[in-house]
Design a protein. Structure first.
Length: 553
């Protein structure tokens, strides 16, 4: 069987390549085996990826044997929690593309036959799945594990509580000493943020779409089971190699529907829309944002998970993890049982032995759901003609109408909040934060958490062409497209313009007449670019709109 790795292992003309491989530990017998890349986003920049190097070693142990020889390499990751609320956040979404590109480059250059991918923080998970779909060689994904929640005054807390505490402090609702205590308690150890935020949402996607071993998405970073799962993941890649099962055999349109359904039932992050569109682009699957809304009308919201609910990922793990959610969805004919997975079995076959615990309230059942519709919705209308995204999980209203209070950056809005210039009943509009105009489509947990902490979470509607953290809750609409840079209507909103939201009708409207909108757009010109060189400038010239996944092609 011809292998990609034959380019570096076979024939006298490859003597130099083999000499280099001998220097890293390969021997004569290894040159007849599959060559496997084991890539992690492991680093000390963020607790989310601390497990990467250790898990890589365990995965390598699983890979190595009669059939395969594994070699470890790494890629970047940035910390969303650390880069939040300042210029550094512009690099976050860009890192997803860099991760996918860097993995592709190593796989292309080193001629690996397959790979194990390991990631924790928000952008490294979709970055790895995008790389697998793009390269389309046998591949399997392992989540680096979630963290345990912290504890403060007898309650479980996470990083979101720190951001909300900042807003509460500014409003005098807590003391600086209390905020310090929350800061010290929120992140007790390694692993990704503990709730159903973006990392745990995308880990659940990895399972639901068939690219991870069942049950691995909910294991905590410090759990010894994760080390065993890493070894099993590495060993399972050998099966994929021998049977030539590739990512695009697994990530079909039906598998994407399964993944979206899972996200909707979990009340997952709005970022899942952006990332699933990006993965689908690389997998050459025709996925549109409208599919998310079509499924949301049919799929109930079942999981009572943070940031809006009571439970963290560890609690989902205790009742059986994502497979339990999948079994509930399967029994109610909400997911496709026939999709292939990395186990070599179908979704239905994987779930045959799964038992659904009855005596628990982490996951509800479709006959008595948290909500009849899924946790995300796609809105259109005169303010977002190409679509926008809202997390409806935890929102208690269907309509909102108010005057616009317009800002040209997140920082402007944050300064206004801290200076009491944002009032109840207003619609806060933050523009020039899209993929191109930002550039980088910043995540805005700083402002959304501060508004909630200041007691405005249910009284102010926030709209942006940027995006939100998976930890964001409340009346927050992101991914407004076209973005300001592309002369979308958000670009010409003015203070006092009436804006209305209708969740049932899935409408977001700027209530001024069409002629006025066209007149303003005709006279609009973009501000000077923030970055005129470097990667952010390059990204702004390549990236698509959020409705297409903000991919760079």
């Amino acid at each position: 069987m011809a292998k990609f790795s034959d380019d570096v292992t076979q024939g006298v003309e490859k003597s130099a390549a083999r000499a280099m491989l001998r220097a890293v530990g390969l021997k004569d017998e290894d040159f007849q085996k599959f060559q496997v890349g084991i890539v992690s986003a492991g680093n000390e920049v963020t607790p989310c990826n601390l497990t990467g190097p250790e898990l890589s070693e365990h995965a390598k142990e699983g890979v190595n044997g009669e059939d395969s020889a594994g070699l470890i390499f790494s890629t970047i990751a940035v910390s969303d929690g650390i880069s939040m609320g300042h210029e550094g956040m512009r690099a976050s979404l860009v890192s997803r593309e860099v991760i996918a590109d860097s993995v592709e480059l190593v796989m292309h250059a080193e001629r690996f036959d397959g790979m194990v991918t390991i990631a924790g923080c928000d952008k490294s998970l979709p970055g790895m799945l995008m790389a697998s779909a793009r390269i389309n060689r046998p591949s399997i994904f392992l989540y680096g594990g979630s963290s345990l929640p912290g504890e403060y005054k007898g309650k479980d807390i996470s990083i979101v509580d720190v951001f909300e505490g900042i807003g509460a402090l500014e409003k005098g609702l807590i003391s600086e000493e209390e905020l310090y205590e929350i800061e010290c308690a929120a992140c007790p150890g390694q692993g990704s943020c503990a709730g159903m935020f973006t990392a745990n949402t995308m880990a659940s996607v990895g399972e639901a779409i068939g690219m991870s071993l069942p049950g691995t998405a909910s294991i905590q970073a410090e759990d010894k089971r994760l080390r065993q799962a890493a070894k099993e993941t590495g060993n399972q890649l050998n099966y994929l190699l021998k049977n030539d099962i590739k990512p695009r055999d697994i990530m079909t349109i039906e598998a994407f529907h399964n993944a979206i359904t899972t996200v909707l039932s979990l009340g997952g992050s709005t970022n899942a829309v952006l990332h699933l569109l990006g993965i689908a682009y690389e997998a050459r699957v025709n996925l549109t944002i409208d599919i998310f809304d079509e499924l949301a009308r049919k799929v109930p919201h079942l999981a009572d998970m943070k940031p809006f609910g009571k439970y963290h990922m560890v609690d989902l793990d205790k009742i059986g993890g994502v497979p339990v959610v999948s079994k509930i969805l399967l029994e109610n004919k909400l997911i496709n049982p026939d999709c292939m997975t990395v186990t070599g079995k179908t979704v239905g076959e994987n779930l045959e032995s799964i038992e659904i615990p009855k005596d628990q309230d982490v996951v509800y059942f479709p006959d008595n759901p948290i909500s009849d519709e899924g946790g995300l919705a796609i809105l259109r209308g005169s303010l977002s003609p190409n679509g926008s995204v809202v997390k409806v999980a935890g929102i208690e209203i269907d309509t909102f109408k108010g005057p616009a209070n317009v800002f040209d950056s997140e920082q402007e809005a944050l300064d206004a909040l801290f200076n009491n210039k944002i009032k109840k009943g207003e619609v806060v509009v933050i523009r020039n934060e899209g993929p191109k105009g930002g550039p980088g489509m910043r995540e805005m947990l700083q402002i959304t958490a501060a508004m909630k902490g200041a007691g405005l979470g249910k009284d102010v509607l926030l709209i942006t062409d940027g995006r939100f953290s998976g930890g964001t809750t409340g009346l927050c609409i992101g991914h407004v497209t076209p973005e300001s840079f592309d002369k979308g209507p958000i670009a010409i909103c003015q203070n006092g313009d009436e804006i209305s939201l209708n969740l049932k009708k899935r409408e977001l409207n700027l209530n001024i007449n069409k002629d006025e909108i066209e007149k303003r757009l005709k006279n609009y010109s973009n501000p000077e670019p923030r970055y005129k060189s470097g990667i952010l400038n390059k990204y702004s010239k390549l990236v698509t709109g959020a409705e297409k996944g903000a991919v760079t092609g």
